[in-house]
Design a protein around this ligand. Structure first.
Ligand SMILES: [Zn+2]
Length: 436
C-alpha cells in the first residue's frame, strides 16, 4: 500500500517579498483579460472604489479593500507543498477519471478534489470510516479538497427540497431520502478526512434578480456560520464561499460576512454558471479586493487556460474544473498556440490520420514523448480505453505547466512582458480572450 506522509492543517503563506509593479506605460492599451478589461483600468477602478468607500457613511472600512493583482504563495499540508497559483484536478468520486493516482502525482499535482455529495452516496461514510478516509481508500499520497455538494444537489437531484435547515433530495442510486445540512456536510468531510473542507452553500441560479441573489446569499452566509460552529476536533482547514450572483455589492457583503468567521481560506462560488466570460471577469474583479490577502483564494469551477490566466492575474490562488478532463475523454485537448492558434486540437479529425508528430511537440508529458497523433486518433476511433488516459495526461500537464510558467513569469526582471509571453503561448483564439 502507498505510504502516507504526515499531514497537518493546511497552512497558506503568501510570498510577502513579492510585489508586482503597476504595468509600465504602454500596457494601458494592452488587453490582459478577456473582454474589454485591462488590468491597469481595473486597478484605477479599485482605487476609485476605495476612495468612494472611505468618504461614504455606511461604507465598510477602507482596510476592507485588499490590493488586487497576481501573487505567489504556498499551501503546506505537513510535508506536502503546493505552490500557488495552482490548478486542481477533479476526482469527483475518488478518482481523477481515467488516471491512476500515480499518473496525477507524476504530472506534479499534490492537491486534488473530491466531492462530498457523490462520496456520501457511494461508497458512503461507513466504508470511508473503515478505511480511515479517502486518501488511504483511493491510494492518494497528496492532499484533498472536498466540495460540499451544494452545486451537485442543485444541478443533479431531480426532486429536492430546500429550506433553512438544509437540503433534502432523492438518492439517484436507490431512491432513498438524503438530507444534507451545513453541520452534516462537515461530519461527512471529517470522515473523508479532507485537508480542505468547503461549506455547504446555496448556488444562486443565473440569471437572478438582485432580491433573489441577496436572499440566496444571506442564507448561504447563515449556513456558513453553522458550518463554522459545527467543526469537530477532526476538522482540518475549512473554506467559506462568497456568493451574491452577478452583483458586486452583494459579493462585497458576502465576503465581509465570511471574513468575520475567520475561515482558513475563501472561495468565489456561483461563477461560470452560464454568464458571459467578460461578466465573470467583472464580478471577479469586484470580489477579489474584499478577500483577505493573507488567506488562499479559490475560484470554483473554472479551468480553461484563459480563465486560469485571467483569474491568477486578478489574484486567485486555486482553481478546479471538470472540463479539461471531460473534454480530453471526448477527444479534445488543449495545445499551445504554436501548435494551433485556437489553443485546441480535436484528435478524431481525419487530418491526423497519418500524422507522426505528437499532440504538442513542445510538451513534456508522457503522451507527447511516446505517441503520435495518428496512433491517438486510431485509439479514439477504435474506442480503445487507453486514449482516455493518454489525452487526460496531456491536458492536465498543459494546465500544470501553464500555472508553473505563470508563477515563474512573476519572478522575471520584466514580469509584465513575461506574463504577456505566457498568455500568447497558452491562450488560443478559441477563447474570447484572444479576440480583443
Ligand atoms: Zn503532452
Amino acid at each position: 500500500m502507498t505510504s502516507f506522509p504526515h499531514r497537518s492543517l493546511a497552512v497558506f503563506s503568501r510570498d510577502a517579498s513579492f510585489s508586482l509593479p503597476l504595468p509600465p506605460r504602454g500596457f494601458d492599451k494592452t488587453p490582459l483579460c478577456t473582454g474589454d478589461l485591462r488590468l491597469a483600468d481595473l486597478w484605477r477602478e479599485f482605487e476609485n472604489q476605495e476612495a468612494k468607500r472611505s468618504s461614504s457613511e455606511d461604507a465598510p472600512e477602507a482596510t476592507d479593500v485588499e490590493q488586487v493583482g497576481p501573487r505567489l504563495g504556498t499551501l503546506r499540508f505537513g510535508d506536502i507543498v503546493v505552490e500557488t497559483p495552482t490548478f486542481m484536478p477533479v476526482g469527483t468520486v475518488g478518482s481523477v477519471k481515467a488516471l491512476s493516482p500515480h499518473d496525477v502525482h507524476d504530472i506534479g499535482y499534490r492537491l486534488i478534489l473530491g466531492n462530498t455529495y457523490h462520496l456520501n452516496l457511494r461508497p458512503g461514510v461507513e466504508v470511508l470510516e473503515r478505511f480511515g478516509g479517502l486518501h488511504r481508500f483511493m491510494g492518494w499520497p497528496g492532499a484533498l479538497l472536498t466540495d460540499s455538494g451544494g452545486f451537485q444537489v442543485m444541478s443533479l437531484a431531480k426532486i429536492r427540497k430546500l429550506d433553512e435547515q438544509g437540503v433534502s433530495f432523492a438518492n439517484h442510486l436507490n431512491g432513498g431520502k438524503v438530507v444534507l445540512t451545513p453541520e452534516s456536510v462537515v461530519g461527512i468531510q471529517d470522515t473523508i478526512d479532507s485537508d480542505i473542507q468547503m461549506v455547504l452553500d446555496e448556488c444562486t441560479p443565473f440569471p437572478a434578480t438582485h432580491d433573489e441573489a441577496r436572499a440566496s446569499m444571506e442564507r448561504s452566509m447563515r449556513w456558513a456560520r453553522r458550518a463554522r460552529e459545527g467543526r469537530s476536533a477532526r476538522t482540518r482547514a475549512q473554506f467559506g464561499i462568497v456568493q451574491g450572483g452577478m452583483y458586486g455589492d452583494l459579493r462585497a457583503r458576502s465576503a465581509r460576512a465570511l471574513r468575520e468567521l475567520d475561515f482558513e481560506g475563501l472561495a468565489v462560488g456561483g461563477l461560470s454558471v452560464g454568464e458571459p466570460k467578460a461578466e465573470m471577469r467583472r464580478v471577479l474583479a469586484a470580489t477579489v479586493p474584499h478577500l483577505p490577502h493573507d488567506k488562499p483564494r479559490y475560484l470554483m469551477g473554472v479551468g480553461a487556460p484563459d480563465d486560469l490566466f485571467d483569474g491568477a492575474l486578478l489574484g486567485i490562488d486555486m482553481f478546479d474544473c471538470v472540463m479539461p478532463t471531460r473534454n480530453a475523454r471526448n477527444g479534445t485537448v488543449f495545445v499551445r498556440t504554436a501548435v494551433n492558434p485556437t489553443g485546441k486540437l480535436h484528435v478524431k479529425n481525419a487530418v491526423h490520420k497519418d500524422a507522426e508528430i505528437p499532440l504538442d511537440p513542445g510538451c513534456r508529458c508522457y503522451t507527447c514523448r511516446h505517441f503520435s497523433r495518428a496512433y491517438l486518433r486510431h485509439l479514439f476511433v477504435a474506442e480503445e480505453l487507453l486514449v482516455h488516459r493518454l489525452l487526460t495526461i496531456h491536458s492536465l500537464t498543459l494546465l500544470f505547466d501553464l500555472m508553473a510558467e505563470f508563477r515563474e513569469a512573476l519572478r522575471f526582471d520584466k514580469p509584465w512582458e513575461a506574463l504577456l509571453d505566457v498568455r500568447a503561448r497558452y491562450v488560443g483564439t478559441s477563447s474570447p480572450a484572444a479576440k480583443v
